[in-house]
Design a protein around this ligand. Structure first.
Ligand SMILES: Cc1cc2nc3c(=O)[nH]c(=O)nc-3n(C[C@H](O)[C@H](O)[C@H](O)COP(=O)(O)O)c2cc1C
Length: 337
């Protein structure tokens, strides 16, 4: 069933999850080509965005580029993390209007608020998943951001902080009352990080508790996983994360299943061509040095499951140009006709 978020309508509610250090503009664009209907930026620090605006003109910007929306990855939401409602509102207003130093490209279609990041450095600042323990603070952030922008405000959250505090349904209600327009629920607590299995029952409980759309997240590695989470939770869309690493084709697979069409997986040659196209785009956007360094892990993910992948991984980690990637892939293709 179609899902509307502000100005955009998605046929299947099929979204790419935010992954810091992974889902940059190049990867987002490839996921869009494969069928992701909506993407979310890597998490952007509200403090970082606001403070760097005060820096001297010409000083390099680190945060603003993370929020850049290209025509190849739109529609995109920008995800903010932080804990002070005022600062979150200020950052959201900058993003929603494009009125910040370093802005170029398109405007985001929504502002997403991170209430799921489990990393100690973030949680110890009271940000990310720490907000799951502070429903009033979490609601205050949503109210403030809602007041500051006319874009939809969405929240990405977890099941709760730990197994004694699986409060996602109650928190979801609070966030809805505060003005949230959509929730993404990862069915794990903060304590669980990324294992064991994500719990679809808590996503179903959130869906029952609120009237706004709920997107299911957690352990979507195959089209069947997506179909299960939709059927088991009644959620309005799905947001794969780790299942897309080296496998943006997952979006084509899920789309085919939802549209009752057969899915033809890519051949090894098609896979590696996609990988090289991603690497080339990363180099174009970030320069050779950073682009190749950041592309290495992606290239290795694309090789998973191929004969000779382990040896190829070692060689990929030494690569300094995209031609090096190509040479490793040529060897690999000779072993995987
Ligand atoms: C490397 C990595 C980076 C992530 N960065 C973010 C982030 O910036 N913002 C966010 O909300 N979630 C982030 N996540 C969490 C994912 O979006 C997702 O909620 C989680 O991985 C569960 O989905 P999965 O089981 O399909 O991987 C990250 C996950 C990974 C593995």
């Amino acid at each position: 069933m179609a899902l509307t978020i502000g100005a955009v309508t998605l046929r299947h509610g099929l979204m790419l999850a935010p992954m810091a250090g992974v889902t940059d503009a190049s990867f987002r664009a490839i996921c869009r080509q494969m069928g992701a209907e909506y993407v979310v930026s890597e998490m952007v620090s509200a403090k970082g965005l606001c403070y760097e605006q005060r820096g001297r003109a010409g000083a390099p910007l680190r945060t603003a580029p993370l929020a850049k929306v290209y025509d190849t990855d739109a529609p995109m939401a920008v995800q903010l993390f932080g804990r002070e409602p005022d600062l979150m509102a200020k950052a959201a207003a900058l993003l929603a209007t494009g009125s910040y130093r370093g802005f170029s490209g398109l405007l985001p279609v929504a502002i997403d608020i991170n209430m799921g990041c489990p990393v100690a450095k973030v949680v110890s600042n009271g940000e990310g998943a720490a907000l799951l323990r502070e429903p009033e603070q979490a609601a205050a952030i949503v109210r403030a951001v809602k007041k500051a922008v006319s874009l939809p405000v969405t929240v990405k959250m977890r099941a709760g902080f730990d197994k004694e505090h699986r409060n996602a349904p109650e928190l979801a209600k609070r966030l809805e009352e505060a003005g949230a327009d959509l929730l993404v629920v990862h069915g794990r607590t903060r304590d669980q990080f990324y294992a064991p299995k994500s719990d679809n029952a808590i996503i179903a409980a959130v869906k029952k508790a609120v009237a706004i759309p709920v997107i299911g997240n957690g352990d979507i590695f195959t089209a069947d996983d997506a179909a299960h989470i939709l059927a088991e939770t009644g959620c309005d869309g799905v947001m794969p994360a780790r299942g897309t690493l080296g496998n943006p084709f997952l979006f084509a697979e899920i789309t085919a299943l939802l549209e009752n069409r057969p899915y033809l997986p890519p051949t090894p040659a098609e896979r590696l061509q996609t990988a090289l196209a991603q690497a080339a785009d990363m180099v174009e956007k970030k320069g050779v040095r950073t682009g190749v360094a950041e592309a290495r892990k992606h290239m290795a993910w694309y090789c998973r499951g191929l004969v000779g992948a382990a040896a190829a991984r070692g060689a990929l980690m030494q690569a300094t140009t995209t031609d090096d990637f190509r040479r490793v892939f040529d060897d690999l293709l000779a072993q995987n006709p």
